[in-house]
Design a protein around this ligand. Structure first.
Ligand SMILES: NC(=O)c1ccc[n+]([C@@H]2O[C@H](COP(=O)([O-])OP(=O)(O)OC[C@H]3O[C@@H](n4cnc5c(N)ncnc54)[C@H](O)[C@@H]3O)[C@@H](O)[C@H]2O)c1
Length: 425
């Protein structure tokens, strides 16, 4: 059976290694973190993903999956290292470069090299291939280079790795075919072959599509406030059109995909990517928009007590990376007039630098609750309990997710701020 070397054992590389090992491949997982390697060799994992601990334990016990800090010779190499952005919003492909350099001494003619990390357009042709050419390989003949982006949803990774349609972009048509055949061994969905740059752009455009559409919804929320319209009603009615699907406004866009990937396009085609850049700017402006509404709501209070509900960038997860809620909390903390309490049942104290409160501590005597994440706990908030604990029963729901009784509480939604009145003691 073929041998696969997977470089980078995070949310993508580890499940990928486990799935290939379960399919019978001999898999070596490589990571720069000794901790990750030691754990994996004991059959344990360092990330949370449904169903993964059991599979890893099994394949490690069977000797199908091993881990090391050093690559070894193999038939197929898969790179799944991080690709964040620098402070100046340019892509950081340093991890991809160092992973490519790390596998280079172990490559042989006929090997397949796949990058799964999300990368800027032309990275396979302009960054990865030249490194391997410097090592003496003819990258059109000796090796098969391909980009196969990942589009799994955390929490469903093991299902989606197998069932999702995969796009495999080769630096040559033969490279696309060879790499696609690797995935055909584990994927039940379609495996579509294309060029590397097309695969790179498809992945980026999937996330950009969503970012741009969220920006449109956010712009609608702002316009609605000016014009005195309920944006949520507008969206509901417009979406009755068979070919319209307006997204939902919110406090901004976070996470390490939607808030990052569009910049990879902006960097490479700054002149042309105007809408993409503007959408990023609109989404980045939402934390300021939210805090402005909080200031307006509390303008007439001497010491406003505000409870923030939710810190994660989306509901029912524990991930706060690039979360707009963090920015909102920081802006409110900077403005010294607030007595601010923050509550998120999914976030641990060590994940953030300000104190977290329990539900009761947060709402007790609060003038205002600001909902920033659509956790199930917030969707089912009890109106009576909330109203009885708060000093003034006012809620600003930026996710339009609560189902509160508006007889008992005043509820403002991000797309429905036309009747906003300053809270009175
Ligand atoms: N997590 C997701 O849901 C998701 C979805 C689609 C695409 N992606 C993309 O997949 C890529 C990987 O993301 P992730 O979430 O798995 O990242 P991660 O941070 O969970 O894991 C990356 C791992 O790579 C290791 N690493 C870094 N440099 C290395 C090197 N030079 N050699 C070996 N190991 C190295 C790190 O120690 C870490 O364990 C990124 O480009 C990301 O944008 C992620």
């Amino acid at each position: 059976m073929e041998k696969i070397c997977v470089v980078g054992l995070g949310y993508i590389g580890l499940p990928t290694s486990a799935i290939f090992a379960r399919a019978g491949y001999n898999v070596l997982g490589v990571d720069v973190s000794e901790r990750v390697i030691e754990k994996l060799n004991r059959g344990e994992i360092h990330i949370e993903e449904v169903g993964l601990p059991e599979i890893v334990k099994q394949v490690v016990n069977e000797g199908k999956l091993r881990a090391s800090v050093t690559p070894e010779e193999a038939d197929v190499f898969i790179i799944a290292v991080p690709t964040p952005i620098h402070e100046d919003l340019t892509a950081n492909v340093d991890y991809v470069i160092s992973a490519t350099k790390a596998i280079a001494p172990f490559l042989k003619k006929g090997n397949i090299v796949i990058v799964e990390s999300t990368i800027p357009p032309r990275t396979m042709d302009d960054v990865v291939a030249p490194i391997l050419r410097e090592q003496g390989f003819d990258t059109e003949k000796d090796l098969y280079l391909a980009h196969c982006p990942e589009r799994v949803l955390p929490g469903r990774i093991l299902i989606e790795l197998v069932e999702n349609t995969r796009i495999v972009g080769g630096t040559t048509p033969e490279a696309a075919k060879q790499a696609a055949d690797v995935y055909r061994k584990i994927v039940t969905g379609d495996v579509l072959e294309t060029e590397a740059v097309t695969a790179e752009m498809s992945k980026l455009m999937e996330n950009t599509f969503r970012d741009v559409n969220i920006a449109l919804a956010n712009e609608l929320a702002k316009i609605s406030q000016r014009l005195g319209v309920d944006a949520h009603k507008v969206i509901e009615l417009a979406n009755k059109h068979p070919r319209v699907n307006i997204h939902h406004p919110g406090p901004g866009v976070g996470g390490h995909c939607l808030a990052v990937d569009p910049y990879f396009i902006v960097e490479k085609a700054t002149e042309e990517a105007k809408l993409i850049k503007l959408s990023r700017d609109i989404n980045n402006s939402m934390p300021h928009f939210v805090t402005t509404q909080v200031h307006r709501l509390t303008a007439e209070l001497d010491e406003p007590r505000v409870a923030v509900f939710g810190l994660t960038y989306k509901g029912n997860i524990d991930d706060v990376r690039e979360s707009p809620a963090l920015e909102i909390v920081e802006m409110l903390l900077d403005n010294k007039r607030y007595d601010l309490k923050v509550y998120d049942p999914h976030v641990q104290q060590e994940q953030v630098e300000f104190p977290l409160s329990s539900f009761e501590e947060a709402v007790k005597d609060a003038h205002l609750v600001v909902v920033l994440a659509d956790h199930n706990e917030f969707k089912s908030l009890n109106s009576k309990e909330l109203a009885s604990l708060m000093k003034t029963p006012v809620v600003f729901d930026t996710k339009n997710c609560t189902h509160l009784d508006e007889e008992q509480l005043t509820v403002y939604r991000i797309g429905n701020l036309m009747n906003l009145k300053s809270i009175q003691e």
